[in-house]
Write a protein that binds this ligand. Structure first.
Ligand code: AMP
Ligand code: ZN
Length: 471
């Protein structure tokens, strides 16, 4: 498989350094509220990445952390009147439920920052000893950027017009919420402040807690070692989070750190950045309440190549619903021709050993060339069109299942008549009806059902969404 590397700015052939298992680390969620669908673009793309490696015969070790201590988790746990542990446990469970609904494989290891305080303290001690960090009077410890001349290689700092002069000063950035273009010594250990409440640990520098960037470096060292295969996150993490990780790890452990950097472009909603204030902020549950399924959300999130900007819209979700319906119909037709049913669907072991993907090899090539999900989906539909005219229906049907597994796409249970275009006003009425139903406004829901009927459409309620068909 070839993948674009943010650091080298070229496609790299991926091979495990140890010749056996491909170890990779994904920066995980900050568990202070439900993850939004932007976060899930990143996590779903990382999931497809892992599936493609594994189906290609490469064993993986997938480590994804939980950020369960930082400014936001502390602030919001206090506002909720809960202990940090209880509060972050709640949002961790919610995150797991959403990941499962989106058909994401569980990482092999999911370490949390709070569970690795001693490892973080050890790393700071080493950095101080090596002259890369210093303690301030208040007991906070900072990484000294001027001690690491390679700082900024990943984000190509030298090409950006930043005030590099400031790196020479100890202009301490004491916040987890980083400023985009501030290059400054960053905090490794934050001395205890009143607003931290009971959330502090003992250290050689007094009571306090680790800075946000440090946890990933410490957990990577623990689970993947000083040199490992790949590191991933959303594009916002390139600077400064990943730059800081590189600096901390290389200056303490001395290894090569990540051999490859894989960043996912941010998801936009209705053409702009997702923000609660703009009303374009969606969580999975918001979309389910609007009558969409998690499978549609996943399908939408992988609809564009991960390096392209992607614009999320509700009408895009409807298109996903239609595409999944069409996919199911075509899959059924192929299965009938091959004389098989759902019960015969190939097991994972069988997929692993599959040599002949039939017409679907083009889709597989797309996935192996910079994880081009967009190209793979296009090629899959192209292959489906032609597969009906081939003699080897069973080979084609298995090839299709191979690609579906690689994409993590689950086909809908109910076959809708996807060939019928649903007019926008009908979609709108059905959506309003689903919302009325969710709000238990039965009178309005019935009224809207009658309205749809009067216009020649019948609405059906599924487990997690609506569907309409012509009367
Ligand atoms: P957080 O919970 O904020 O630490 O973010 C979890 C992951 O989601 C990180 O890899 C972020 O880079 C990523 N992320 C945040 N916002 C977006 C977005 N709008 N689109 C894609 N990925 C995002
Ligand atoms: Zn990280």
């Amino acid at each position: 498989m070839r993948l674009y590397d943010t650091l080298k700015r070229e496609l790299n052939e991926l091979k495990p350094i140890d010749g056996d298992t491909f170890g990779f680390y994904c920066c995980g969620p900050t568990v202070y509220g439900p993850a939004h669908i932007g976060n899930f673009r990143t996590f779903v793309v990382q999931d497809v990445f892992r599936r493609v490696l594994e189906l290609g015969g490469v064993a993986t070790k997938h480590v994804r952390n939980l950020t369960d201590v930082d400014d936001k988790t502390i602030r919001d746990s206090q506002a909720a009147g809960k202990t940090l542990t209880d509060f972050t446990r709640l949002w961790t469970e919610k995150f797991h439920t959403d990941c499962a609904a989106l058909n994401c494989l569980e990482p092999h290891i999911e370490p949390s920052a709070v569970e690795h305080i001693p490892q973080q303290i050890t790393m700071i001690e080493e950095l101080i000893e090596n002259g890369h960090a210093y303690a301030a009077e208040d007991g906070s410890v900072y990484f000294k950027i001027s001690s690491y001349p390679e700082y900024g290689a990943l984000s190509h700092l030298e090409e950006r017009e930043l005030d590099l002069g400031r790196t020479q000063e100890a202009r301490a950035n004491n916040s987890d919420e980083y400023e985009k273009d501030s290059v400054a010594d960053f905090v490794l250990w934050k001395s205890r402040r009143d607003e931290d409440g009971e959330n502090f640990w003992q250290s050689p520098w007094g009571e306090g807690r680790p800075g946000w960037h440090l946890e990933c470096s410490a957990m990577i060292r623990e689970y993947l070692g000083d040199s490992f295969d790949l590191h991933s996150g959303g594009e916002d993490l390139v600077f400064p989070h990943h730059e800081n990780e590189i600096a901390q790890s290389k200056c303490s452990c001395g290894g090569d750190f990540a051999a490859h950097w894989f960043h996912i472009t941010h998801l936009l909603v209705d053409g702009s950045k997702m923000a609660k204030s703009k009303g374009n902020f969606y969580r999975l549950e918001d979309l389910i309440a609007k009558g969409h399924s998690a499978a549609e959300v996943r399908y939408t999130l992988i609809g564009a190549h991960y390096r392209k900007q992607m614009n999320f819209t509700l009408s895009g979700l409807h298109a996903a619903s239609e595409a999944l319906g069409k996919l199911r119909k075509a899959e059924r037709a192929l299965a009938e021709k091959a004389g098989v049913t759902d019960a015969d669907a190939p097991s994972y072991e069988e997929l692993l050993g599959l040599k002949d993907l039939g017409l679907f090899d083009n889709a597989w090539l797309g996935l192996n060339e910079d994880l081009n999900t967009q190209r793979a989906i296009g090629a899959m539909f192209g292959a489906l069109k032609r597969a009906q005219n081939e003699d080897n229906a069973l080979v084609q049907w298995k090839g299709l299942h191979f690609i579906l597994h690689a994409l993590g796409v689950q086909l809908p249970e109910i076959v809708e008549d996807a060939s019928v275009e649903i007019p926008q006003e009908i979609q709108k009425l059905a959506e309003q009806r689903w919302e009325a139903r969710a709000a238990k406004d039965w009178a309005k829901s019935d009224e809207l059902r009658d309205e749809l009927k009067a216009q020649g459409w019948i609405v059906k309620d599924g487990k997690d969404g609506w569907s309409v068909s012509e009367l």
